[in-house]
Every structure is written in C-alpha cells, then in structure tokens.
Design a protein around this ligand. Structure first.
Ligand code: ZN
Length: 136
C-alpha cells in the first residue's frame, strides 16, 4: 500500500467565490461539479475536475475564519495541497513519528465527502498539506 496516492486537489483561497467560479469555469472549460459550505471552517467551496485531480476554490464567510485570516495575511492564492491517502489515521501516525507538525491529530469531516487532516506549513517548507481519505 502506498503512503500517499496522488495529489487529490489544490486548494485556492479566493475573496469572491462567485467571481472565482466564473473565472475558473472560463479557464478550465467546465462548471464546478459541486459547491458546498463547511460551516465549522467558515468556508464555501467549489470543486472543479481537472483530469484525475481537482481544484478546490475556498471562499470565506467570516474574516475570522481560517480562509479569511489567510487572505488578510497573504492575499488570494494557493492555500494547500491535498494528498489522497487510503488510511488517514495510519498516515497521521507515520508523519507524526517522522516529526511533522500535525494540526489535526483526529481527522475531521471536510468538504466533498472526505475525512481530512492538515500538516502545519512550518514543517513542510511553507506549504499547508491536507491529507484526505474518501468516506464511503
Ligand atoms: Zn482541500
């Protein structure tokens, strides 16, 4: 079994989700296949399929939420890389033993029917890393 299967999606923080939907629909030539709010994260998401991978647009519903804070600090842009894993608990254990700074020791329910957990950018050269496992 692989540790990390593939890049599942790239998360992009945007100020205006409707405007970003239009731009990415023009860019990719497809409409988002899903739009979903994750209230616990104060975020609205849109997902586009690009071959085997996906683009996740992240709009904030609150300036105090993680995406609102990210945009205030860094502006719009790539927010995280998400890797697909088969067994998120096992991968979190492995990465913690390797010395990575795990933000969510217990995976939580994310958008697009996934269990997700994040690895702090301090331990990954400045890139927020998401692990995600499909919920079946
Ligand atoms: Zn994501």
């Amino acid at each position: 079994m692989n540790h990390i299967n593939k890049i599942e999606h790239l998360g992009i923080a945007v100020k205006d989700i409707e405007q970003a939907n239009t731009i990415y629909e023009q860019l990719l030539g497809v409409a988002p296949y899903k739009q979903e709010a994750v209230e616990s994260e104060a975020v609205v998401t849109s997902f586009f399929k690009v071959g085997e991978s996906k683009i996740e647009l992240l709009g904030s519903t609150s300036e105090d939420g993680p995406i609102g804070k990210f945009i205030a600090k860094k502006g719009e842009g790539i927010h995280h890389i998400a890797f697909a894993v088969d067994d998120i608990e096992k991968e979190l254990d492995r990465l913690e033993k390797e010395g990575f700074n795990i933000i969510n020791k217990t995976p939580k329910r994310g958008a697009d029917n996934k269990l997700v957990a994040f690895v702090h950018p301090k331990s990954t050269n400045g890139v927020l890393v998401e692990l995600c496992q499909d919920i079946n």
